[in-house]
Design a protein around this ligand. Structure first.
Ligand code: TXA
Ligand code: MG
Length: 297
């Protein structure tokens, strides 16, 4: 059910979840100051409690209220990339429920770049915990109808149109001496290095986003390949030869997964280029493809 800001704030303040638009993917939002609201997010997504939630704010000031170590690096990142697709992980303080952080002592903070959601947070004056609005391990939604397809037409969605970037935010752990990228996204290592004078590393963290082996999966299996001959020979699958533009592919990615599943193909095959692996601009898309794939040939 498509709703407006007025209705969305009413539902949220009753401690129930609402799907919200962001510039990356739609989020399944709940107010951060109520345990029932937080629990219902996990329940409806069928998400295990060990996977922490991102806290969405509408200002740097609001973000600072939830961490005990907002440092120069966090300030620089926020000033340069917020509002925008960057989640900053810092030490949490007592204002943050351990339900949000899955018992960890760090919290993910992000100011999304979507006018409706920023206005919604402004209206209720409470940050929103919001994972992507999909069932656990499944493909993230990039438009309101995707949320309705997954959770039913009566589920409340604040409709903000098609999302601008198409894949989830870059998630970074911020420390005094370095920044670690846990989940690559549209904001790349090069972008971060350009404004920071401490090292920026890609890292695998057991508690970080999408570090589970399978994630972002559509209803049908995906095969990925760099072998054009193999790709050309395949029949009866939904075929997608990736265009050279990583930003374009990111925007299209999840909608294509859904389209293929709907058209009753038995699977998807995606052709990409070996050289993408060495290109920072492709890190986000390839990360999602490798988590979503069933086969590689
Ligand atoms: O673009 C996005 O980030 C979207 C939109 C809705 O904002 N949100 C999103 O949330 O992708 P989610 O929950 O699907 O993915 C966030 C990931 C989780 O997998 C979680 O592991 C990681 O961020 N994360 C959150 N808080 C963390 C923390 N304190 N430490 C490590 N990882 C954390
Ligand atoms: Mg997700």
């Amino acid at each position: 059910m498509l709703i407006d800001i007025e209705k969305a704030s009413e539902i949220l303040l009753c401690n129930s979840p609402v799907a919200i638009p962001t510039e990356t993917v739609y989020g399944m939002a709940g107010v951060i100051n109520n345990e029932d609201a937080l629990k219902s997010i996990f329940q409806i997504k069928e998400r295990p409690f060990f996977d922490p939630l991102i806290v969405h704010v509408n200002s740097i000031e609001m973000a600072k209220r939830y961490t005990s170590n907002w440092n120069d690096t966090a300030q620089k990142l926020a000033e340069n990339f917020w509002p925008g697709p960057l989640t900053i992980i810092l030490d949490k303080n007592d204002e943050v429920s351990s339900l949000i952080t899955a018992g960890l002592d760090r919290v993910g903070l992000r100011m999304p770049d979507h006018a409706l959601t920023l206005e919604l947070i402004e209206k209720i004056q409470i940050p929103l915990a919001a994972p992507s609005a999909n069932k656990f391990k499944k493909t993230s939604p990039t438009q309101a109808s995707h949320v309705e397809d997954e959770f039913g037409v009566s589920f409340p969605v604040l409709d903000g149109g098609k999302t601008q970037f198409g894949i989830e935010s870059t998630v970074v752990g911020v420390f005094d001496e370095k920044v670690e990228i846990y989940r690559p996204g549209v904001i790349t290592r090069n972008d971060l290095e350009e404004i920071l004078d401490i090292p920026v590393e890609h890292t695998i963290s057991p508690v970080a986003p999408g570090q589970l082996k399978h994630h972002y999966m559509p209803q049908i299996p995906i095969t990925i390949t760099t072998n054009e001959n193999e790709f050309n020979q395949v029949e009866n699958l939904y075929k997608w030869k990736l265009e050279d533009d990583a930003a374009f592919v990111a925007r299209e990615l999840y909608a294509r997964f859904r389209e293929a599943s709907k058209k009753s193909f038995h699977g998807i095959i995606i052709l990409y280029k070996e050289e993408f692996k060495e290109d920072e601009n492709w890190k986000g898309v390839l990360n999602r493809l490798f988590k979503a794939k069933t086969y590689e040939i």
